[in-house]
Design a protein around this ligand. Sequence first.
Ligand code: SAH
Length: 225
Amino acid sequence: MHDYLIHKGQRNKMVNDLRRLFPFDERVLDAMNVIPRHLFVETALAPFAYSNKPLRIAANQTISQPYTVAMQTHLLHLRKWDKVLEIGTGCGYQTAILRTMGAQVYTIERQKTLYRQAQKNFLALGLDAIFCYGDGYEGKPLLAPFDRIIVTCGAPEIPQKLVMQLTVGGRLVVPVGSGDQLMTVVERLPDDQCKITTHGRYRFVPMLEGKDAGASSDHPKQERI
Ligand code: SAH
């Protein structure tokens, strides 16, 4: 059966449950109703893919729970054709939701294993995005400005370099805090002004500096014997 048709019933239930929890933008829920979340997790975890829970992925990271993905996407106020930068590709589930909503997506991951895995997931589903391996704290200055920026890991404070890569009128959605985080929206206004609002507490994996080549590095360290 085609990947997009498997577990359609479970996806529909997940979306109906989300709708009862919060009046999410229906375009977000439509995208979540299409994307097969079970293909973004290990086969052993697939039976749990449509419950409202975060799940373990490679490199000790997690795929955010459906409620969190829906809320961050809702808060982005995404418009079709928006140029979006995502920090923290993970397995690429959030990336797929943004792409399905019509955005042109650039996404950065610091873990090489996940950077590769997300591209495989996209290929399998016939989706496209620009995948970058690097440190999201830097953003993508050469490709800036972005209409929207979404950070899917917990930043200790608002990453100023990312704010500077927003268009005027652009929005950054970022969980801010160590331990747990306040979902924060930064709207860039004219004359380097910003409007900041907060939207409840969440718990994300931390936003870390630098890149991590992981176990599957192309250049394994030489060991002395
Ligand atoms: N977007 C994912 C969430 C993955 S968890 C989803 O759809 O569920 C957050 C990810 O952020 C992890 O994969 C982690 O490796 C990554 N991350 C943490 N700090 C980062 C940084 N500075 N730059 C890029 N990615 C980072």
